[in-house]
Design a protein. Structure first.
Length: 62
């Protein structure tokens, strides 16, 4: 009985069922493009303003 209780708790935490045991409606699986966008790391680049001045390019502070 304990095994079933633990299994139910795991399913509730995973979002597969509600606390009362009703099944959750699953949305459509993500497209390959959505998966790729989720996995793609954001790139943060810091450019030295003096270098940009040397190159003659304006740096916009964001």
């Amino acid at each position: 009985m304990y095994y079933l209780h633990r299994l139910h708790q795991i399913n509730v935490q995973a979002g597969a069922v509600t606390e009362t045991g009703d099944a959750m409606e699953m949305k459509a699986p993500p497209s390959p493009e959505e998966l790729a966008n989720a996995r793609r790391q954001k790139r943060h680049v810091h450019v030295d303003p003096e270098l940009m001045k040397t190159l003659g390019t304006e740096v916009s502070a964001k």
